[in-house]
Design a protein around this ligand. Structure first.
Ligand code: XIL
Length: 336
């Protein structure tokens, strides 16, 4: 078969094909490892480089697992994207329970960002600095960071990340703002772009990560294009950062199918092809990576997400549980 990254590398304007990984999947010689090296040119840690994994107490770090992921990328010529420095869903207990002043809280966040960016200087090529700062209703998400650090916290985090990189001699590090479900939610999208405009004005943003936890029904091609094009127009790099494609979405289990029918299989193939084509058509300067959020259907976060409420009944990725290629993979290849 043709491998994704082989085809992508032959494009006039190539870009990385990314995969979300967990450290325990990276055993040399395993089926997973062989596919990863053949098909993918970038990795993101699915959760093991988040704050609650790395930071065990103030100024105390557990680098072991994250280092393993970074070393795998660096040792195999695979780009490493850092995900994510600041996210409301990965606040370590010690920080969530922090009793110091707001100013001291901000210094803890600054120290964390500085230490992590410094530890991985030259090894991690890009970071999601802040993940999901906007609520679905188009307001700022009311996180501990907003409450403790104020409305300017996103800007502060990017300033600290940039300063740490520069101080460490890394002038190439790319800083991304990452969020989900902006394409078919206008108020959320508009709010995200006010944050982005602010970061652009401060010259501390390189790109935008669009998670794209999509379904075969939404968002539409036009919605995705107009969302992404707003960032393109600002000269920013685009990362499709967490792509997967539900075929069985919704919160009403009674309506959900228990089988992956041929109709769904083909709809998913077309929808993968559509988004890859959208990405591929971007100007060279705006391309970075298109990252898929997991390899095999049975290891996807989607069937287990409590938000989505239908355990087991979805098949959102490019490989099935036995590492067999799905039509989704053919669709992906056809988009390149
Ligand atoms: C998810 C991972 O897939 C899970 O393994 C983990 O337990 C929780 O986080 N948006 C993000 C990702 O930015 O970090 C999330 O990943 C999925 C939603």
């Amino acid at each position: 078969p043709t491998f994704l990254k082989v085809k992508a590398n032959k494009l006039a304007n190539p870009f990385f094909i990314g995969m979300a990984v967990k450290a325990n999947q990276l055993t040399a010689g395993s089926k997973y490892d062989v596919i990863l090296k053949n098909e993918f040119s970038s990795i993101s840690a699915e959760y093991e480089m988040k704050m609650d994994q790395i930071s065990t107490a103030s100024g105390v770090y557990n680098w072991t697992v994250a280092d393993k992921i970074v070393a795998y990328g660096n040792g195999n010529g695979i780009n490493v994207h850092g995900h994510a420095l600041v996210w409301h869903n990965s606040v370590p207990t010690w920080l969530a329970n922090y009793t110091g002043t707001d100013a001291a809280f901000a210094l803890e966040v600054k120290k964390y960002i500085t230490d992590v960016v410094t530890h991985y200087k030259g090894k991690v090529k890009s970071w999601d600095v802040v993940n999901e700062a906007v609520e679905d209703d188009g307001t700022m998400r009311n996180t501990i960071f907003l409450k403790r650090m104020g409305a300017n916290y996103v800007n502060d985090c990017f300033k600290w990340a940039r300063a740490a990189a520069v101080a460490a001699g890394d002038t190439q590090l790319l800083l991304f703002y990452n969020d989900y479900a902006t394409s078919d939610n206008t108020s959320k999208q508009n709010k995200m772009y006010t944050i982005i405009d602010d970061l652009v004005a401060s010259k501390i943003l390189d790109g935008v990560g669009f998670q794209m936890h999509n379904t075969i029904f939404a968002p539409s091609k036009a919605q995705i294009e107009s969302d992404i094009n707003r960032a393109v127009a600002k000269g920013l790099k685009i990362h499709i950062s967490e792509l997967d494609m539900q075929v069985n979405p919704g919160n009403a289990p009674a309506n959900l199918t228990a089988t992956f029918t041929n109709e769904l299989r083909l709809a998913q193939k077309d929808k993968y092809k559509e988004i890859v084509k959208i990405y591929n058509a971007l100007p060279a300067a705006n391309k970075y990576a298109l990252t898929v959020w997991g390899m095999k259907d049975n290891e996807s976060w989607i069937p287990f997400s409590t938000d989505l409420n239908h355990p087991g009944n979805d098949w959102p990725l490019l490989y099935d549980a036995n590492f067999a290629l799905k039509s989704a993979h053919t669709g992906f290849l056809q988009g390149l």
